[in-house]
Design a protein around this ligand. Structure first.
Ligand code: PDD
Length: 288
């Protein structure tokens, strides 16, 4: 996982350098993507590239590569980092200006483009029968009102995740005005007597690619799932809670604020969904 891409060059990670005047460093003026790679192939690449385009447009940075160029670059980096399963991290910032001014520089900058490959651990969904699940806590959603942009400005998410870790949990589930939004780095599904539900796409959440896939799999396999507002009270009495993200896939939450969720172990609906998720991946990678 040693070779990274920075501004047109493939270099060793510890040799890559950016300017301290880069607006990503000074202002967190940039966006990112995390793309899972299975069997050497980026997963749901079209969806990730479409979200990248939306994030760039929202912050008014021109896309520095077209889709074919991104794909070629990713393929090369995946190969140089050993293929197999990994996760690509892509960051684009507005670039380095001469000084420090909040407004965009009048002469357009060359965006800084950085891509690295990260190792991934075996996801819980791969072994549904031996999965133990994770603990989560609830926290007030203290973030801004454009959480749909995958911005590198993640300070609130970092502080919320750290609070979860210090409470002995792996994720903070965020609540705004009495309704669940998402996790500090994941989307949230609940299973209650009202069915399976996840908060709707809006400016209050990141439209997760894994969330969309889980919704698709639920519909395909007769597990009716709704995109609707989820009150905090429904979260607290949920029989199951799932977290979704590109790096963790679908993870069952077994305790919330120290109290068991359902029977305090991964639920039956999660196990069903996990099997469909693994089948879907295997099929896509040509493993079945
Ligand atoms: N985060 N919501 C937030 C706030 C996230 O940061 C993420 C993912 C998601 C899930 O999106 P997706 O299914 O497309 O990965 C939802 C990535 C993995 C990260 O920051 O590392």
């Amino acid at each position: 996982m040693d070779t990274v891409y920075l501004d047109g060059a493939l270099v060793k990670a510890d040799e890559a350098r950016i300017s301290p005047l880069d607006r990503g460093f000074l202002f967190a003026d940039g966006i990112y993507e995390v793309i899972p790679v299975y069997g050497g192939t980026p997963f749901r690449l079209t969806d990730h590239l479409a979200r990248l385009e939306r994030s760039l447009a929202a912050v008014e940075i021109d896309n520095p590569r077209d889709r074919e160029q991104w794909q070629a670059l990713f393929d090369e980096l995946i190969r140089l980092n050993g293929g197999g399963n990994q996760a690509l991290y892509l960051q684009i910032t507005r670039g380095a200006a001469k000084g420090r001014d909040h407004g965009f520089p009048s002469a357009p900058l060359e965006p800084t483009v950085f891509v690295m490959s990260l190792p991934v651990s075996v996801p819980a969904a791969d072994t549904p029968d031996s999965a133990t699940g994770v603990a989560a806590v609830t926290r007030d959603d203290i973030r801004w009102s454009r959480c749909d942009i995958k911005s590198v400005s993640l300070l609130p998410n970092i502080l919320l995740r750290q609070q979860a870790l210090e409470a002995g949990a792996s994720e903070a589930i965020l609540v705004r005005d009495g309704f669940v939004t998402e996790g500090s780095a994941s989307n949230v599904f609940v299973v209650s007597e009202d069915g399976i539900a996840t908060p709707p796409r809006s400016h209050a959440i990141l439209g997760g690619i894994t969330r969309d896939l889980v919704l698709e799999l639920c519909h395909e396999h007769g597990l009716p799932a709704a995109e609707r507002e989820v009150p905090e009270s429904e979260l607290r009495r949920a029989r199951e809670i799932w977290l979704t993200s590109s790096t963790k896939e679908v993870v069952p939450v077994v305790t919330l604020n120290g109290a068991p969720v359902g029977e305090g172990r991964p639920g039956d609906q999660w196990k069903q969904l996990a099997r469909h998720y693994v089948d879907f991946k295997r099929h896509l990678c040509g493993l079945d």
